[in-house]
Every structure is written in structure tokens, then in C-alpha cells.
Design a protein around this ligand. Sequence first.
Ligand SMILES: CC(C)(COP(=O)(O)OP(=O)(O)OC[C@H]1O[C@@H](n2cnc3c(N)ncnc32)[C@H](O)[C@@H]1OP(=O)(O)O)[C@@H](O)C(=O)NCCC(=O)NCCS
Length: 263
Amino acid sequence: MSATRDQWRTAIAYGDKDSVVLRGYDLQELVGQVSFAEAWLLLATGELPPPGHAKLLDAMMVSVLDHGIVPSSVVTRYLASSGSPIQAAVAGGVMAFGDTYGGACEQLGEQLAAHVPEVRAGRETEPQAAEAIVKHFFATGRKVPGYGHALHPEGDPRVPHLYRIADANGVTGDFSRLAFEVQAELHRQKKRKLPMNQDGALGALGLDMGLDWRLLRALAFVPRSAGLAVHALEEMTREAGWRHVPDEEITYDGTPRRPLKRG
Ligand SMILES: CC(C)(COP(=O)(O)OP(=O)(O)OC[C@H]1O[C@@H](n2cnc3c(N)ncnc32)[C@H](O)[C@@H]1OP(=O)(O)O)[C@@H](O)C(=O)NCCC(=O)NCCS
């Protein structure tokens, strides 16, 4: 049955005078019995996940919880120092997650999600799919999202660690295999190591856990919101307030000062 424009419908949850029900389960039964990671995967996929998936998701969320003074926390701290409410400061920091910073998992995920069904159906081999993905980004002059890292040119150390946990918990699957094939194709084409970074691993593993590619950025901004809330508090309680950019860090290179001549 489809809803009309002025009706609301959801298959996620509902509440009535006695209970709240998530994907068919009474919230009271879930509370105390399932972890936050399991409950979120229940919301996102419609079913309680195998135990290994929640264990990996928990590890992934810890891995992105906080990275210190980075673009998202700088935005949060500016807002907190301006007197914005804590939720506005956190929301501002979350909005810093974009195609270049913190959001690369989505663009890679979209491509992996388009090609894995083709590979499964035998219409493409993994190397052909990887070549097509690299071509897709290079054709418009873009780098392949999810690979390379300015601080870790030899490889983002968080990636093998996450994959050790993913392998041990039976999560690593077709999406990750194709993501590593893309890494090999990049190596072949660029003749340099461009290992998968944390964003790439979040994207591939998120898909292996059954998430829709449009939800992948949540793997970064949901846990990071928790970190950003603490940054907002620290800014409010420990710093002087009203941050501004120091003059020596600002260059004005526009039109020199000139007189206003009118009439
Ligand atoms: C993260 C990133 C900005 C780090 O860049 P960097 O180490 O400073 O490397 P540079 O941008 O100087 O690039 C060096 C060379 O590697 C290439 N390169 C770097 N990352 C690449 C990628 N993901 N895909 C294709 N080529 C890449 C550059 O094109 C450049 O090649 P060239 O010398 O032929 O011009 C970069 O790898 C990138 O944009 N990756 C994609 C976005 C992404 O995954 N962001 C999340 C980061 S955690």
C-alpha cells in the first residue's frame, strides 16, 4: 500500500501508549540485551545482524570516534566558542564531512554497489569491474575516493587492523574483495602505492555488512558526533571563548584599497 503525499509511513519503528517497537521488536526487550551497534544494524538492514557484524561495527565506530583537531572538530569548536548551543556546534562539525574529508566512503561505495552484482552475475570479472571503477573517476579528473593518505603513504595502519577484525568475524566479503582489486588496479595504473584508507575500508565493510551505499557516511558521522559533543564541551569550558583567525594567518590578496568615486 502506498502512502499519499500528506501521509507519513515508516517500516522502521512506531510507538504507542504501551511500547516502542523497532523493526518488530519491543524496545524494552532490546534494551540491555543488544548493543548499540546491533540495534543500529537492525534499524539499517531490517534484521538483527550476525554477532560478528556488530563486533566489527563497534570497532569501526571506535576507530572514527575522535581524531583531535581536524576540520570537523574545528568547525564544532568555532561554533561552541561563538555561544551556539551544543547540538548546533555538533551539527556544524558533522556538516564538514564532504567528498574530500570524511565522506569518501560514499562515492567508492556507490561504485562497489553498482559493480558487485555484475560480478556476482558473471557479467564482469573482478579485474574488469576494478578497471571500470578507476576509469569512472579518472574520466572526470578525480582521484579514486578511499585510497591514498597524506600522512600514511605506505598504508593507513587502521585498515589492516579493521580487516583483521572483519576477517576474524566473518564479515569480509565481495565488496571488500572488489575494493582491494581497485587498489591493485590503481597501483598498476599510477605505478605507486595508493593503499586503501580508512574511508575506503568503512565503505567496503559497510556494504559487506549489508548497508545501503547511501547510508555509508553515517558510519563516520554517527560515532564522530559523540566525539564532537565532547570537543564542544571542552571548548566551552576550557577556552577563552569567541575564537577568531589570527591576523598573521590571513592574507588579503584582492584589489588594493582605493577611494570611492561616485557621480
Ligand atoms: C587523501 C589524499 C588527499 C592524500 O593525498 P596526497 O598523499 O597528498 O597525495 P597527492 O594528492 O599529492 O597525490 C600524489 C599522487 O598520487 C595520486 N593519487 C593520490 N591519491 C589518489 C587516489 N585516491 N586516486 C588516484 N590517484 C591518487 C595523485 O593523483 C598524484 O599523482 P601524480 O603525481 O601523477 O599527479 C588523496 O590520496 C586523495 O584525494 N584520496 C582520495 C580521497 C580520499 O580517499 N579521502 C579520504 C582521506 S582519509
